[in-house]
Design a protein around this ligand. Structure first.
Ligand code: UDP
Length: 325
């Protein structure tokens, strides 16, 4: 599994985001020097506040769709900049397309110049509304290119195509992770995804909004398990997309009920219309990850992960209430 290359100086684009900031924590713990570029469109300084002042950490408020300059050596770039919530697909469509295309191009150019390894954050959205369940990496997907979700799906599919072209044409050392639904502390309260919505609604005893009849499925992975998989992929020899996610598939209605139970909430469930192109099923086939990432698999149970996330949301909501008081 492991490649001999030593990874010491690292750039994380989107390092102030939900997943990016957890990656920064993990890379610093491993002794890396970590530099972050983030334009704070959906990332937040709160996520990295505890790292400011760390001797091996630096932050630049920067939009990575522009020319990238980094002085000195760079061993790896992790490209995690992008809005990723379906609510953002309608709010920030052009920014999503730009960071997935222009941003990925700039990152690959920098990697080529620095002879750095590059790991691109891709997504289960590459599979669209899948006709195959679970989804192996060999499935080419079922995407509506001009639909509302198309801005994200196609940006990430373009990013994968560009990444493999730089690998084949310029010999750039590349890794691609296809990230499935992930949850945990530092998700934005208002980012519009199911887990933040359900927690915020349940803790405030407001109605829980289930879209459609709630029979659509997702497979939710706790963020620590995802980060472990990404770090293993970064150090592996495997070129080409690898699914990282938790194969524990459940309906959204079951997730809503679980969150009501875990928060002791009195919230009722209300049903809202299902957004267009919303995938009916989603579940990662993680056979490849297990094989090439030294037996990697999720370790944190859904209930354990949800309890940790509940504690974060309770704190985040009371902080927000104090701030607006
Ligand atoms: N969803 C829901 N209620 C909400 C937000 C989302 O029922 O308040 C549904 C959404 O329609 C989708 C699933 O939950 O079927 C997961 O949505 P999310 O936004 O978390 O991410 P997705 O997996 O669709 O990218």
């Amino acid at each position: 599994m492991s490649s001999t290359r030593r990874i010491r100086r690292v750039l994380v684009t989107g390092g102030a985001g939900f997943i990016g900031s957890h990656l920064c924590d993990r890379l610093l713990l491993a002794g890396c020097e970590v530099r972050v570029f983030d334009n704070l469109l959906t990332g937040r300084m709160d996520n990295i506040e505890h790292l400011l002042g760390h001797p091996r950490f630096s932050f630049d408020h920067y939009d990575v769709t522009n020319y990238l300059y980094v002085s000195g050596e760079l061993d790896a770039i992790l490209h995690f900049a992008s809005p990723a919530s379906p609510a953002d697909f309608e709010r920030l469509p052009i920014q999503i397309l730009k960071v997935g295309s222009l941003g990925t191009h700039k990152v690959l150019g920098l990697a080529k110049a620095k002879k750095a390894r590059v790991l691109i954050a891709s997504t289960s959205e590459c599979y669209g509304d899948p006709e195959v369940n679970p989804q192996p990496e060999t499935y080419w997907g079922h995407v509506n290119p001009i639909g509302i979700r198309g801005v994200y799906d196609e940006a990430k599919r373009f990013a994968e195509a560009m990444t493999m072209a730089y690998h084949r044409h310029h010999g750039v050392d590349v890794r691609i992770v296809r990230i499935f639904n992930t949850f945990g502390p530092r998700m934005q309260i208002n980012d519009g995804r199911a887990i933040p919505n359900f927690f915020s609604q349940a803790i405030r005893n407001e109605a829980i909004t289930v879209f459609g009849d709630g029979s659509q499925t997702r497979s939710f992975c706790y963020v620590d398990d995802l980060v472990e998989g990404i770090v293993r992929l970064l150090h592996s020899d495997y070129v080409g997309p690898v699914n990282i996610g938790n194969p524990n598939e459940m309906s959204l209605l079951d997730m809503a009920k679980k969150i009501i139970r875990i928060t002791g909430s009195k919230s009722p469930i209300v049903y809202k219309s299902l957004p267009p192109d919303d995938p009916k099923v989603r579940r990662p086939d993680i056979t490849l990850a297990q094989r090439v990432l030294g037996g990697w698999e999720p370790k944190v149970s859904i209930d354990e992960g949800l309890e940790r996330t509940r504690d974060y949301f309770i704190e985040a909501l009371s902080k927000e209430a104090r701030a607006s008081a």
